[in-house]
Design a protein around this ligand. Sequence first.
Ligand code: ADP
Length: 271
Amino acid sequence: LQQRVPVPAARDEVYFLAVTLNEMIESLDTVLSRQRRFVADASHELRTPVAVIRSTTDVALLHASTREEYISVLRNVNIEAERLGRLINDLLALARGDEGKIKLEHEPVRLDQVADVVAANADTIAEENGVTIHRPQLEPVTVLGDETRLIQMIMNLLDNAIIYTNPGGSVTLSVRATPTNAVVTIKDTGIGIDQEHLAHIFERFYRVDQARVRNAGGSSGLGLAIVDWTVQAHHGTITVESQPGLGSTFTVSLPRAIEAAPKESVLIGSR
Ligand code: ADP
């Protein structure tokens, strides 16, 4: 959309109509070009695992002869198929979110319990990476929202914290209750993020270090974009602080569910 409506000199109704129309065209332009970039990036990301599967199987068909060689090829194909599957799931989640098709549940969710379960499940992968997860503070607090999405949100943040922390490091997960909010903090002693990258890490497909991608255990570059989407959908905020070499802290703050007043108080009030 290149055209703009000519704006007349006189500040009359036509002038304001033209200005408004041009603003609308401009925001449509932005949305369209963002969407085009998303499709281009997504196609590029999908091509990579397919290319690896093609070349691995091509070589195998020409040269493999022993059982071990075939098993090694199958293992590679399996890893790439898993990567593809994860990527497609993440892409679908974001595309549905864009379309406004995701219907979020609106149920009371105990965020401290969710965090506890997610951390317990992440213990094995943390151990494999030589990273310890600490849970020093999990205050009981309820938010209204979609439990599945909130589980995924904490899981993505925790996975990143583990992946981007070197062996011997630690990840600290805490949930605090303020009078109005539930605050989840995920702090790691990992590699950290340079200031220049911090503003971009929530963008789709943005990765600080492309070279780490292939050995970072199936990075899709979409994890934080999905986290950001989930936080917005729950009317919350997310912030990140980081120091290269020392670690990063992600803080999610979601509005607390307003707990129903106990029945007695209603009775006392009406006496
Ligand atoms: P990815 O799938 O690559 O992890 P994300 O959207 O989850 O994609 O994260 C985007 C980028 O932000 C990552 O590639 C990484 O460079 C950086 N990042 C995210 N979390 C952390 C963290 N805890 N420590 C250091 N870097 C991080």
